[in-house]
Design a protein around this ligand. Structure first.
Ligand code: GBH
Length: 506
């Protein structure tokens, strides 16, 4: 009998090692991600302060597709134990979530710290740690305290100090247990969509200068929070601090020099504005963008370039200010110098770079208009960044697929997308990209910003009509669970039951 066990063990080991290349390392962190405003609810619980999403959805409900808001959302404020139970069901190694700034500092400033807010996050974190789930904490996922917005938000240079103060409170309260910090989620979405457009709060629509001034101040805010951690907390707490940038792959439509340059401009506009100052050798904003905007600004009659410069001191502050590169990745576009152009408002970020984008009709389409399954897009994006920035540590901090509410359990498109994405992750690992973890977006359905509750990204469905905000696993939850457990992608795996369970040791 003993011999038999031994023999079958040998067989299993051999099988595993023959697939060695297609296996996720045991210390690779598999997780899921969420964000405070999208799941928490409790918008005015205890002494929480108002934030820009509270203000915008309450005063201007028409900007949200279904006129909904995050007042209650998935009610994680009351359901956090159920959230952690779902993490255990999936067998997650890690969980990425964000802190609501105005829940911790009701005025945005650090003179008053909310005890109730701090308690809530303490409970959430402690519940994860009980089951060995590594918390990965984002400080800012778009819910700025309204008071700071009234003072100009990211257009006011003081935002860097306000953010550092907030970061210090958070490190001090939670840093004994949290070892993975992300300062900002997706600066492009904060600055372009919020300040240069009308597709995120505070819908400022300052198309000419909004994006660029926000970009500089956000980078400096990040850098100050990074150095505060590196100097005053890391020596005793021993964690890492980085930033998450949205990096969809932008490749040339054809291999002409014009299209290759157009793709480079698109990459600089989409992520280079934030990645270059932090991860490049030279620091500061991307050269080509700065040149184009300076030239156009002069032609357009502005007294100064619409894109600011970094002083030498600011450049040095930001350069190298990240322990890892967090990547939110969803899709790809093909970029053209001459075709498929959109009528952008002039002047604006995308009018400045003036390129066109295209996606082939054969790429599978998600419920979100902007989201398609693009082949090898994680591999293309990460190997590009790996080469460009000298092999930094990466985490994929978001990746996922949307559907409409109708398909409640069967989500085969999502499963197809995740399998493709995870294969692309394995290709990265095989080629030496230092990728340490992968967070699926999202643990559960949540408030999808301007789309309200009409687009669903969850591995768990949430019944927002129900009192309990009941969470039910979709088929993809079982498939992801099996990947995490086995550390391989089995293309034929089919769950045998719709009833979830918790494996021993979780
Ligand atoms: C992430 O953004 C967010 O971090 C997360 O909160 C969100 O729920 C998740 O993705 C799913 O959307 O409508 O054509 O103007 C992803 C990057 C960039 C995707 C802006 C939507 C809008 C494009 N987002 N984009 S469009």
């Amino acid at each position: 009998m003993k011999l038999l066990v031994l023999l079958s063990l040998v067989a299993v080991t051999c099988q595993a090692s023959s697939r060695h290349e297609r296996r996720f390392p045991d210390d690779f962190l598999f997780g899921t991600a969420t964000a405070s405003y999208q799941i928490e609810g409790g918008w005015n619980a205890d002494d929480k302060g108002e934030n820009i999403w509270d203000r915008m959805t309450h005063t201007n409900p028409d900007v949200i597709k279904d006129r909904s808001n995050g007042d209650v959302a998935a009610d994680t404020y009351n359901n956090y134990k159920r959230d952690v139970e779902m993490m255990r069901e999936l067998g997650l190694d890690a969980y990425r979530f964000s802190l609501s700034w105005s829940r911790i500092l009701p005025n945005g400033l650090s003179n008053k710290v909310s005890e109730a807010g701090v308690n809530f996050y303490n409970n959430y974190i402690d519940e994860m740690l009980k089951y060995n789930i590594t918390p990965m904490v984002t400080l800012y996922h778009w819910d700025l305290p309204q008071k700071l917005q009234d003072l100009g938000g990211f257009i006011n240079p003081n935002i860097a100090d306000w953010f550092e103060d907030y970061a210090r409170v958070v490190y001090e309260k939670f840093g004994d247990r949290v070892k993975h910090w992300i300062t900002f989620n997706e600066p492009r979405e904060v600055c372009y969509q919020g300040y240069g457009d009308v597709t995120k709060a505070p819908i400022l629509n300052a198309t000419d200068v909004g994006t660029y001034h926000c970009a500089k101040h956000l980078v400096l805010a990040h850098a100050k929070a990074y150095h505060a951690y590196a100097n005053d907390f890391k020596p005793t707490q021993g964690g890492v601090c980085g930033i998450t940038i949205s990096v969809n792959w932008m490749g040339p439509l054809t291999d002409t020099e014009e299209d290759k340059f157009a793709a480079e401009l698109k990459r600089q506009a989409d992520w280079g504005l934030w990645a270059e100052p932090i991860f490049s050798e030279e620091g500061g904003f991307p050269k080509e963008i700065s040149e184009i905007v300076a030239r156009k600004s002069a032609e357009q009659g502005y007294s100064q370039s619409r894109i600011p410069v970094f002083t030498d001191q600011e450049r040095e502050l930001a350069r190298g200010s990240s322990d890892f590169f967090g990547v939110n990745h969803y899709t790809a576009n093909l970029v053209s110098a001459s075709e498929y152009k959109f009528n952008w408002v002039i002047p604006s970020l995308y009018a400045d770079i003036d390129v066109g984008t295209y996606t082939p009709p054969e790429w599978d389409q998600a419920a979100s208009v902007w989201l398609k399954l693009a082949p090898n897009s994680i591999y293309n994006a990460l190997t590009h960044l790996h080469n460009k920035y000298n092999g930094p540590v990466f985490y994929i901090t978001e990746n996922g697929w949307s559907q409409l509410l109708e398909d409640r359990y069967e989500d085969d498109h999502r499963i197809k997308y995740y399998r493709a994405a995870l294969n692309s992750v394995l290709d990265c690992l095989h080629d030496g990209v230092d990728l340490r973890g992968y967070m699926a977006w999202s643990l559960m359905d949540n408030f999808e910003w301007m789309e309200g509750y009409t687009e669903r990204f969850g591995l768990y469905e949430v019944d927002f009509e129900s009192e309990q905000k009941t969470r039910t696993p979709r088929k993809s939850a079982f498939v992801y669970k099996e990947v995490i457990r086995s550390r391989v992608i089995d293309p034929d795996y089919e769950p045998e039951t719709r009833t979830m369970w918790i494996d021993e040791g979780h």
